[in-house]
Design a protein around this ligand. Structure first.
Ligand SMILES: [Zn+2]
Ligand SMILES: [Zn+2]
Length: 340
């Protein structure tokens, strides 16, 4: 494989996606490390984090990186130390790529906080290409009965939405507010509803509000509006710091607000009495553990959690990212490989 090349998307110089920050280049087909799988990419989901990598909201970890961390593909080869995989196996590749497995965080089951963690499509080339690699220990087995397009958005949007839901500590039958309603939120909402929550969606965009009501949300309003009842828990999916005090004010006494994004614009000053007192809590969400992924993929299969997907050819990745940036679709975009 080492002498083969492929066409892959590359972040040549981070900047606005509409201005060509993502370019199609010729790269070698990657060679898997000894504990890694080579994956033939069939579908790669589009995540807001990809946009942050392309536009430079996140610092450069690997120059000219190929983004993409919601890969559904098949094993095309593997290193000498890999056991338990066969060529042709269907696997998922997600954001968390590697941890040291030895630090205090890893030891207590918080590998998402590992200081040595590495990420697909940021530290290593990801899935906006016909081939990618993944350490075998971080490859996910995907539930049957879900086609490739339907499975891809579960791998980041779904898993992160699930971790955010657990971080928001929603009590059984509780009242949940979702601020922003894109790929992650619409999957999170389905889990919460299946578990008996009453869900209120607060977001700009009539299409997203319509989708929320179709999925079973009790209400859907503008992000700046108060929900119809106080919230036990809220999750901020929109990368908009101005919404932090808005969401805190919507919480009931003892409520929890979890911030799901990896990047957030600045949070304005908070008023202690109006926004934090009465034991309201503000929490961040950092990546996820493999255990989160296993739990979520099992729950998604059990409850029939389904992404609303918009399919783009991989050759049009910049258009998919520009549409995500402009909020031109509801649900989640996926790229289907047409480069190989
Ligand atoms: Zn660690
Ligand atoms: Zn992501």
């Amino acid at each position: 494989m080492a002498d083969r090349t492929m066409r892959a998307w590359s972040v040549v110089a981070p900047g606005p996606v509409e201005e060509g920050a993502l370019r199609l280049v010729e790269k070698p087909v990657p060679t898997p490390g000894e504990d890694e799988l080579l994956v033939r990419v069939r579908v790669c989901g589009v995540c807001r984090t990809d946009l942050h990598v392309v536009e430079g909201d996140l610092e450069v970890h690997r120059p000219a990186v190929t983004p993409g961390h919601q890969v559904v593909g098949t094993v095309a080869g593997f290193g000498t130390a890999v056991r338990g995989f066969t060529v042709g196996d269907r696997v998922g590749v997600a954001w968390l790529r590697r941890t040291d497995g030895t630090c205090a965080y890893c030891a207590r089951g918080a590998e998402n906080l590992c200081p040595a963690s590495r990420y697909t499509g940021w530290d290593a080339d990801g899935g906006y290409a016909p081939y990618t690699t993944v350490p075998a220990a971080f490859a996910h087995r995907l539930p049957g009965g879900l086609d490739d397009v339907a499975a891809a958005p579960l791998l980041c949007a779904g898993i992160i939405g699930y971790r955010a839901l657990r971080r928001a500590a929603l009590p059984p039958g509780g009242r949940l507010g979702l601020y922003g309603f894109g790929g992650s939120a619409h999957l999170c909402a389905q889990v919460a509803l299946a578990e008996g929550a009453r869900v209120h969606v607060l977001t700009r965009g009539a299409a997203a509000r319509r989708l929320a009501l179709e999925l079973g949300a009790a209400s859907a309003r503008e992000a700046s509006d108060p929900p119809p009842e106080p919230l036990d828990s809220a999750i901020l999916f929109a990368p908009v710091g101005e919404l932090v005090p808005v969401a805190l004010r919507a919480l009931d006494r003892g409520g929890v607000l979890a911030i799901a994004g990896i990047h957030l614009s600045d949070v304005p000053p908070l008023n202690y009495e109006r926004e934090l007192f009465y034991e309201r809590e503000l929490r961040s969400v950092t990546s996820n553990t493999r255990e989160d992924a296993r739990e979520f993929l099992a729950i998604a299969a059990r409850h029939g959690v389904r992404a609303t997907t918009h399919v783009y050819p991989l050759s049009e990745a910049p258009r998919a990212l520009a549409d995500l940036k402009a909020g031109r679709f509801d649900g989640a975009a996926v790229l289907v490989d047409d480069l190989d």
